[in-house]
Write a protein that binds this ligand. Structure first.
Ligand SMILES: [Cu+2]
Length: 154
């Protein structure tokens, strides 16, 4: 009984610590960037955004020192051809919703790479949300998707 109580208190303490570290309603997890061959001008980044807040938010932009610009991109299928374009007005995340940016789907596009994305490298990306403001994420470069990330279409 005593152990259970201690565990419950510890759980509360951890929850509180997390709440302090992330005062905003937005949580980002599972971020990674697809490695690129030398000389590549662009790279794609993927991540999962959870909006724990009670209000809808939007990912309106992003930046990183490794690229001239970083844009949220939307992927769509038109006549059997996949096309991507910058998300006009930002990527919406409804209150309580989880939005997954994954291979073959929406992604972050790093444009004008200043150095090659080699596996193992950690890239700092700052996401900008309309409500939550700036959220900095350390994003590892990977040769392929992490285990369990099956892509947006599967
Ligand atoms: Cu793109």
């Amino acid at each position: 009984m005593r152990m259970l109580k201690a565990a419950a208190l510890l759980g509360l303490a951890l929850f509180a610590a997390e709440a302090v570290a992330k005062p905003v309603g937005i949580a980002v997890s599972g971020a990674w960037i697809q490695a690129t061959p030398p000389g590549a001008a662009t790279a794609a980044g993927y991540l999962t955004i959870v909006n724990r807040g009670r209000e809808a938010d939007r990912l309106v932009g992003a930046e990183s020192s490794v690229a001239a610009k970083v844009q949220p991109h939307h992927m769509s299928m038109t006549g059997g051809i996949m096309r991507m374009r910058p998300v006009a007005g930002g990527l919406g995340i409804a209150a309580g919703a989880t939005v997954r940016l994954a291979p073959e789907g929406d992604h972050l596009m790093l444009i004008g790479l200043k150095s090659p994305m080699t596996p193992g490298k950690i890239v700092k990306v700052t996401l900008e949300f309309a409500r939550a403001g700036k959220v900095a994420v350390d994003v590892p470069v990977r040769a392929g998707p992490p285990a369990g990330d099956m892509g947006a279409m599967r």
